[in-house]
Design a protein around this ligand. Structure first.
Ligand code: PBG
Length: 324
């Protein structure tokens, strides 16, 4: 049908018409809010490149978790900054590590908030890589055992879901087996399946103190130019037992979110990463953009592309704006 018979503007005339034909509705149900837990007490240290986000000690994380729960956000994604780092990332799989202790405290004080944990070694290793190093190489199969152990200690501490972000081959299956063998067959895995080696993680690495001390992550994270490989990665993770698949970053990968949702029909998460957040914050601080409208448009766009879940540092603000 063509003009003048069809005039799309008829249904844009006023807000009531627009409401009736609106295709995508953002909801607080869509969000996961990332948090960074650090050692100490009374610690609340702002991450300079991520205004409004902090490294927090467990006492403050509990307060934050309450606030997140009260806003109606269903889940947090927990990252840890360890007391000490070493070559093999020991604190990542220590049952008394920072994340494991934080999980126990949050589940005790705020039991109705889902605690999802990032499973990776890079925050815990002195070299900042996501796996064990030998002769300058990141070893795959040796790392799998440690990731499986890390996931198991998270779940034993009370985590509701684990989210491996390391991009080693076979990690979902290693984690699934280790959880199943220990009676945790009901705990889901949200796999960072299509994760690019992206420059958009810059601010996060300040937040998590996880910058690689040599080289980069290109031997394990995907080349940002690849989309078919992203589909293969997702297919592997589903075969290995992933319950939710993730695309990361979000804004430069909207095509992948769309393709992956369409191809697999699995619950699909998108990570609106630190660099995407910081760019918006920086422009808003300069009064170059309307922060609220830009954030809502971005999150709606990610959902329209096919994401069921959006992991975002904007979650608390967006939850408040959705209540207005
Ligand atoms: C750990 C991890 C990273 C992010 C999530 N988990 C950093 C990286 O892979 O370098 C990035 C999150 C963000 O930028 O917000 N591997």
């Amino acid at each position: 049908m063509y003009f003048p018979t069809y005039r799309p503007r008829r249904l844009r005339k006023n807000e009531n018409f627009r409401r009736m034909i609106r295709e995508t509705h953002l909801s607080v149900d869509d969000f996961i809010y990332p948090l960074f837990v650090a050692p100490g007490e009374g610690v609340k240290k702002e991450i300079s490149s991520m205004p409004g986000n902090y490294q927090m000690s467990i006492d403050n994380i509990i307060e934050e978790a309450r606030e997140v729960r009260d806003l109606g956000i269903p889940a947090i994604l927990l990252f840890g900054i360890p007391f000490a780092k070493d070559e093999v990332g020991s604190e990542a799989y220590d049952e008394d590590g920072i994340v494991q202790r934080a999980i126990r405290a949050i589940k005790k004080e705020v039991p109705d908030l889902l605690v999802v944990t990032d499973v990776c070694l890079c925050e815990y290793t002195s070299h900042g890589h996501c796996g064990i190093i030998r002769d300058g190489e990141v070893l795959n199969d040796v790392t799998l055992e440690l990731l499986a152990q890390e996931a198991l200690t998270h779940v034993a501490a009370g985590a509701d879901m684990v989210a491996p972000s390391d991009m080693m081959d076979g990690r979902v299956s290693a984690i699934r087996s280790s959880l199943d063998e220990n009676g945790h067959q009901d705990i889901p895995i949200m796999a960072y399946s299509a994760k690019h080696a992206s420059a958009f993680y810059g601010p996060f690495r300040e937040a998590a103190e996880s910058t690689p001390q040599f080289g980069d992550r290109r031997s394990y994270q995907m080349d940002a130019a690849n989309g078919l490989e992203a589909l293969r990665e997702v297919s592997l993770d589903i075969e290995e037992g992933a319950d939710i698949v993730m695309v990361k970053p979000a804004l430069s990968c909207l095509d992948l979110i769309y393709a992956i949702k369409k191809e697999f029909g699995y619950p699909t998460a998108a990570y609106n990463v630190s660099g995407e957040f910081s760019m918006v914050k920086a422009a808003a601080e300069k009064d170059w953009i309307d922060e609220k409208r830009v954030v809502m448009e971005i999150l709606t766009g990610i959902k329209r592309a096919g994401a069921d879940i959006i992991i975002t540092y904007h979650a608390k603000d967006a939850a408040k704006w959705l209540q207005e």
